[in-house]
Write a protein that binds this ligand. Structure first.
Ligand code: ADP
Ligand code: MG
Length: 729
């Protein structure tokens, strides 16, 4: 096998894309293909034709039409065969969106006369470089195919799609495909009609026709989902093999707790509680995901089931001994609950809600965070919580005196030991795996039951994949009597009314969020006329021009956790009126007095992300408002944007929006596939329920016959690597 040499400059550039080995390079798949056979040369264009050309633009300027005085942007495009004039009427900013010398793809109608033709109002796409031209030697042999597909890769400074294309060809020529072993078992490939690895690599990098590219993409998409499903199947098998605490709870006992609530449980909440209590009645450790929109009442489910645990006795003597609960059983040494929240503020909020739920009972509740510990009730004033030392709290957790411990990641400290940890509840942490669960239980041979809660609505296929090891319960019903949020889609020229409204809300004592798509890093759209608002600049502008009397603060991911907590606390205590933030406020924090949210650059966010964001303001009896401001105008491409955003006002719930998102975009980049450890290709697979189900079925079957994947070492290696990314940092 001959070597393919890559010089240091290119190596460095590849490093930026995470490519270090030949395998990385071969698995750096094209994101799409351009069919360059449809592209015309500028020299061949005739008046009246709808044209699509590649070229370089120049001579860009804006002027006024001499009769109508209407603004016109103009310039020319050149592709080596000819140069043609371009004109944009009534879109003077077009000249500013481009720079002379830029590579572009243009699509528009050839207008004017044969002597003076011009391309009228073309749509532009700027390119990093021009595609391999159709006469390129590699594309000469296309057989009977009429297509000329040119792969487009994710690029970085110094490595272009063209470079990738040629380097991959060199790798192929050097024989890398000769001894390739396919990690996907042959029978599975056959069942689902998937090409083998070397064929798929050739097809995906150099397709002779679209079907080949599609077939290869299908294979790699399957492969990605298959590995994740295998990992999940292994975790599931591991959990099933373990035992947990088993206890039965009678419904009368639960009723005494629930009857005190100032509301009636929704039937979705009742079903969720029933599911969980049924799981507690077996020794098989529960692994359950509770998925429900913000405000659907997950905390009440958590509290009720925690109550069942904290009033149950551990088995005496023999393992797995069955015990039942009753009100009399509230005593020292009962089963214990750990409830983990992603931030300190949320942990405190859960602590406070739990105090409300439990204050009539002799059940102690502890709180542990990075900045200190508390417990309820205080000995001195039994209706209040009190501060205490970590050592003291942990002693009482260890001897079983405190049955419910709420906290942040501080719960994972080595020093935190429970006497009988039977139940772990976690909030908004997708990456809480079996190893974390074991770590919490320390030396206890029993694995605690797990309830993972999330308000992040995701499509069913994605849930089946990333939560493949969990049973899913949906809270798909909102408590009755809630005022639905009023959502308005706003074009940039109409923000005045929005500010008027927010001003009147602030005057009545409410608070507001303003969300911007970026902090202050370079604007990716700087070269275009459409500027993206930044948190820092917008906060200054709002203070100066719009809300001079308001207390305005900012919140973004570049701040330290401590700074963020402080700002959130100030907002919660109403020392801040308007919080200008990036989407970091997406998860969880409850500020009931904040009833307005303005989302700038709304088209930048996925629908379900927008839904999450507006969830921040539906937390009280006050009417809530969401203003999604789009920076695109309502014509042209922006028209589609508005269509998409309208779904926010029509969709029934977060799940529906998540499905919409997937159908409309599905690209990992925008949807946030990275957050789930999926590539863009993996996200494509998620669109296909059949494929996800097939991968799931095959993964379970494989793990059933070969639990440790001893007979499939190649897969085992891939899965081990997945473990790195699928676990909590
Ligand atoms: P989530 O965690 O799902 O976002 P919470 O548990 O914080 O929601 O509940 C939001 C609010 O709704 C709380 O104030 C809670 O007391 C209230 N709530 C919960 N369940 C119901 C219900 N069935 N009917 C009316 N209000 C409810
Ligand atoms: Mg909650």
């Amino acid at each position: 096998m001959t070597q393919v040499r890559i010089d240091a400059t290119h190596q460095k550039a590849l490093g930026r894309l995470g490519i270090e080995t030949v395998s990385d390079l071969l698995y750096h798949l094209p994101t799409r293909y351009e069919d360059v056979s449809a592209v015309q040369s500028v020299g061949s264009l005739t008046v009246g034709e709808d044209a699509s050309v590649y070229g370089v633009v120049g001579g860009l300027k804006t002027r006024k039409a001499w009769k109508s005085r209407k603004p016109i942007a103009e310039g020319w495009v050149e592709d080596g065969t000819a140069r043609m004039k371009i004109m944009w009427f009534n879109q003077p900013y077009m000249a500013k969106m481009l720079t002379d010398g830029a590579y572009v793809k243009l699509a528009g109608k050839v207008s004017g006369s044969a002597e003076k033709p011009y391309l009228a109002n073309p749509e532009i796409e700027t390119l990093k470089n021009l595609p391999i031209d159709r006469h390129d030697s590699i594309f000469r042999d296309t057989g009977d195919s009429t297509e000329t597909l040119y792969p487009v890769y994710r690029e970085t400074k110094g490595v272009t799609s063209k470079w990738f294309f040629h380097t991959v060809q060199k790798c192929f020529a050097s024989g890398v495909l000769d001894n390739l072993i396919d990690p996907i078992p042959k029978n599975i490939r056959k069942t689902y009609n998937l090409p083998d690895l070397s064929t798929a690599l050739i097809w995906i990098h150099t397709p002779k026709k679209t079907e080949h590219a599609e077939s290869a993409r299908k294979r790699f998409a399957f492969e990605e989902v298959f590995y994740i499903q295998l990992k999940k199947a292994q975790e599931r098998a591991e959990v099933s093999a373990a035992t947990s605490y088993r206890f039965n709870t009678d419904s009368e006992h639960i009723r005494t707790f629930v009857d005190r609530f100032p509301f009636t449980l929704t039937s979705a909440q009742q079903n969720a509680i029933k599911d969980i209590l049924t799981d507690f009645g077996t020794t098989r450790p529960m692994s359950r995901l509770l998925e429900g929109d913000v405000g659907s009442g997950k905390t009440a489910v958590a509290a009720t089931t925690a109550y069942a645990v904290a009033t149950s006795r551990p088995p005496e003597g023999t393992k797995g001994n069955e015990h039942s609960t009753s009100a009399k059983n509230i005593a020292f040494g009962n089963l214990q609950v750990a409830y983990m929240a992603p931030t300190e503020i949320l942990a405190k909020q859960h602590f406070e809600s739990f105090i409300e739920y439990f204050k009539h009972l002799p059940i102690q509740i502890g709180l542990i965070t990075g900045s200190g510990c508390m417990k309820f009730p205080s000995k001195v004033s039994p209706d209040k919580p009190t501060k205490l030392s970590k050592a003291q709290l942990l002693r009482w957790v260890k001897n079983g005196e405190i049955p419910i411990l709420i906290g942040t990641h501080a719960l994972m400290y080595k020093s935190v030991e429970f006497k009988h940890l039977a139940y772990v509840i976690i909030d908004e942490q997708h990456r809480f795996g079996t190893s974390q669960r074991r770590a919490l239980a320390k030396k206890d041979v029993r694995l605690p039951h797990l309830l993972s809660m999330t308000a992040t609505p995701i499509p069913r296929t994605l849930a089946l994949t990333v939560y493949g090891d969990l049973d899913i319960t949906l809270l798909d019903e909102m408590p009755r009597g809630r005022k639905p949020i009023i959502t308005k889609i706003v074009v940039p020229t109409k923000t005045k009314e929005v500010y008027e409204h927010v001003r009147s809300e602030l005057a009545t004592g409410r608070q507001a969020y303003v969300i911007c798509p970026r902090i202050d890093e370079p604007d990716p759209e700087k070269e275009t006329a459409l500027r993206l608002k930044s948190v820092k600049a917008e906060a200054v502008r709002l203070k100066k021009d719009v809300f001079p009397d308001a207390h305005i603060a900012i919140l973004h991911s570049k701040m330290t956790p401590k700074e963020k907590e402080e700002v959130m606390q100030d907002f919660l205590d109403h020392r801040i009126d308007i919080l200008v933030a990036t989407s970091v406020v997406e998860v969880g924090v409850n500020v009931p007095n904040a009833t307005n949210i303005i989302i700038e650059g709304a088209e930048r966010f996925g629908l379900s992300q927008l839904h999450q964001l507006r969830g921040r303001v539906i937390r009280s009896e006050h009417q809530a408002y969401c203003f999604a401001v789009t920076s695109k105008d309502s014509q042209g491409r922006g028209g589609k944007t508005l269509e998409r955003l309208k779904a926010l006002t029509t969709a029934k719930n977060g799940f529906e929006l998540a499905e919409f998102d997937l159908a409309l975009r599905g690209s990992g980049e925008l949807y946030g596939g990275k957050q789930w450890g999926l590539t863009d290709l993996g996200m494509e697979a998620i669109k296909n329920i059949k494929m996800v189900e097939a991968a799931r079925k095959e993964a379970s079957a494989l793990v059933a016959t070969d639990p440790t994947l001893k007979k499939h070492p190649l897969i085992a290696t891939k899965i081990a690597a997945l473990g790195e990314t699928l676990h909590m940092e």
